[in-house]
Structures are given as structure tokens and as C-alpha cells.
Design a protein around this ligand. Structure first.
Ligand code: GTP
Ligand code: MG
Length: 339
């Protein structure tokens, strides 16, 4: 089927052959595969109407890739660590996807340019897909765009998807909800110990990585973290004791240990049934975000065709109370009938 995308951007104004793109993304021709993956993730980024068809075709690929979140303050070493982890997974022969997500700005900013430079080690490796993504088109933001992009990368045969997000405010909590395993990065000299407590980072971390261990103060960060962990009840939560790993990402030191902890956490998740639970919770968030967007759209339609205005007039005239009017609106929206 050939669908024409009505999105305003030039790149998606071209005629789309969705089944062909999906087939190419899962195919064995590296150049076509890379291009198809890029194209499909652009559709995700733009919240294209073609996504309905894309996601229907990708449904069987869901849940194949291990999703690993990396979060932490700006400059803590997320991209450098991602780069090191990609290399380690490649040595294991795994295909890897990287999503660098900027949740705070609606457009890809300068920082992502830096990421591209840092990740250019892998630029010519056809077993690695690297993509910066802004969630500008999505009302559901990260909770929606990321699982869709992960599905695209799964279809392209990725065993692992690394999701890098800057930990600002709510973002690290969001990334934790999206990942199977969340790494929270800290570094000495950034006041991170105190920040961690403030931002609720303790609750979201499955593994703490204290990066820049070549700098003074790394042991203090580890000690502070250990102290904070001992105060919380997280240690007893189902038996997962959050490990703390020291790394020097700039020199690739500590990567094997991080990998081992990710592996161990994965085994624990699978063994306790929590992997399935996390993924169901994630799917529920995604479905809810899509449903709310559909409903919001339909309520908007009713606004446009004066149906809502009619209900409002009856409320003002005392013919209807606002609850009854809202019930009528909900009925109209879900049954697609005119109130
Ligand atoms: N000394 C030292 N510097 C490091 C280490 N790891 C990363 N850096 C440096 O720290 C700076 C920031 O690293 P990035 O990997 O870009 O950090 P980031 O967390 O991705 O940054 P944003 O994406 O901007 O939030 C770079 O100049 C790195 O070279 C390390 O282990 N030791
Ligand atoms: Mg970065």
C-alpha cells in the first residue's frame, strides 16, 4: 500500500511505501537498512499519520531488544559511556541501537552534534544505528516516541538499544519508565550526591555509575551514594541491591563491570517476572498516550463544529448541569455521535 504523508516537513512529503521501508529495515542490505531505519525514526519523530501502518507492521518485532537507559546531569559522561558500551556490545557480536533523546527542547540542539562527534567511532559500522531524536511532534513526549523508535530498531535486528537522556527534572524518571535497566551516571565535583537525593534518582537507578573516577572525589561520591542507599528501603525491594560501579569512560575503564551489572540485572528482572511487568507498564503508558491524543483530537473536532458550544449554551441556560453536559461530550467523543 502506498500512503501519502500529509506532514508538513519536506522529507515526509515524498510518497511513502511503508511495507517496503519496513521490509528494508529488517532486510540484509546494510545501506538500505540504515536508510530505512532513519526514515522510519523520522516518521516517529514527526508523529506522522503513517505511523499507524508502520506500527501495525512492526508489532511482531516488539520486545526483542534489551532497552538500557543512561541518564545523569549534563556533561557527566553519558555519551562517552554510551560509546564505550556500544564498542563492548559490538565485541560480543551484538547489533546495537543508540537513541540520544532531548526531552527538554523541541529541536535537536548543539549538544547532539557533540554526541555525533563522540560516536563517530561507530559511524562506518553497519551493526550500529545512532540516532538523535527530539520528541517535538508528540503530545505524549518520550513515553510515546521512544517505544516506537525502539520497535523500529528491534525490527532492524538490534539486540540492545541504549537510550541517552539528559537528567533534567522529570526526565530521568521518564527514561527509567522506558528502559528495562536504567543506569544513573554521577561524577565527582558536580554536587551530584545532593542532586541525586533531590531528584529522586535513588528510586530510578538500577545501576549507579560513578564516572570520571580519574578525578578527585570519586570515592566520596561512592561513599555518599552508599550511605543514601542504606537509608532508603530500595535495597530490600524484591532483592535487587543497586550496585555502584566506578568508571573512567574516557579511557574505557570499568565498561566490563557495567556490562556485567546490566547482565545481572537483566537476569534478575527475567527471573522475578519483573521484565514482563515493566514492559506491560510501558505498553500501558504508550496506549494511554495514544488514546488520549485521539480523544483530544475528537474533542477538538466537536469544538470546531459547535457541538461543544451547543452544550455550553444549554449549561448557561440552566437546561443541563455541567456533569451531564460532560457525559454527553464523552459519549459523543467515544461513540462518534453528535450531542
Ligand atoms: N576526566 C574524565 N573526563 C571524562 C570522562 N568521561 C567523559 N569525560 C569528558 O566529559 C565531557 C562530557 O562528556 P559527555 O560524554 O559528552 O557527557 P554527556 O553526559 O553525554 O553530556 P551531555 O549530553 O551534554 O549531557 C567530555 O569532555 C568528555 O571527554 C572520564 O571518565 N574522565
Ligand atoms: Mg551526551
Amino acid at each position: 500500500m502506498v500512503a501519502v504523508d500529509s506532514s508538513v516537513t519536506a522529507r515526509s512529503r515524498r510518497v511513502l511505501d511503508v511495507p517496503l521501508l519496513v521490509a528494508q529495515a529488517g532486510g540484509d542490505q546494510p545501506a538500505l537498512r540504515a536508510r530505512a531505519v532513519a526514515r522510519l525514526i523520522s516518521l516517529v519523530e514527526d508523529a506522522s499519520p503513517a505511523l499507524r501502518e508502520v506500527m501495525a507492521l512492526l508489532a511482531p518485532c516488539a520486545g526483542q531488544a534489551r532497552v538500557i537507559g543512561l541518564t545523569g546531569s549534563p556533561g557527566v559522561g553519558k555519551s562517552t559511556s554510551t560509546n564505550v558500551l556500544v564498542a563492548a556490545y559490538r565485541r560480543q557480536g551484538k547489533r546495537v541501537g543508540v537513541l540520544a533523546i532531548d526531552p527538554s527542547s523541541p529541536f535537536s540542539g548543539g549538544a547532539l552534534l557533540g554526541d555525533r562527534v563522540r560516536m563517530q567511532d561507530h559511524a562506518t559500522d553497519d551493526g550500529v544505528f545512532i540516532r538523535s531524536m527530539a520528541s517535538r511532534g508528540h503530545l505524549g513526549g518520550l513515553s510515546w516516541a521512544t517505544p516506537q523508535a525502539v520497535r523500529v530498531l528491534s525490527a532492524a535486528g538490534c539486540d540492545v538499544v541504549l537510550v541517552e537522556t539528559v537528567g533534567v527534572g522529570q526526565a530521568e524518571v521518564d527514561v527509567a519508565a522506558l528502559a528495562d535497566t536504567t543506569l544513573v551516571l554521577l561524577a565527582p565535583g558536580m554536587g551530584d550526591g545532593i542532586q541525586a537525593a533531590k531528584a529522586g534518582i535513588l528510586e530510578v537507578a538500577d545501576v549507579f555509575v560513578v564516572n570520571k573516577a580519574d578525578r578527585e572525589g570519586a570515592d566520596t561520591v561512592v561513599r555518599d551514594l552508599r550511605h543514601m542507599l542504606s537509608l532508603g528501603d530500595r535495597r530490600t525491594d524484591g532483592g535487587w541491591r543497586v550496585p555502584i560501579v566506578k568508571t573512567v569512560a574516557a579511557k574505557g575503564e570499568g565498561a566490563d563491570e557495567v556490562l556485567a551489572e546490566i547482565e545481572r540485572h537483566g537476569d534478575w528482572l527475567a527471573g522475578t517476572g519483573r521484565l514482563e511487568l515493566r514492559r506491560r507498564k510501558r505498553a500501558a503508558d504508550e496506549v494511554e498516550a495514544i488514546a488520549l491524543t485521539v480523544l483530544r483530537g475528537r474533542i477538538g473536532d466537536l469544538r470546531d463544529n459547535d457541538a461543544l458550544a451547543g452544550l455550553a449554551a444549554r449549561v448557561v441556560a440552566g437546561e443541563l448541569d455541567p456533569y451531564a453536559a460532560a457525559d454527553e461530550l464523552v459519549r459523543a467523543v467515544t461513540m462518534k455521535v453528535r450531542p
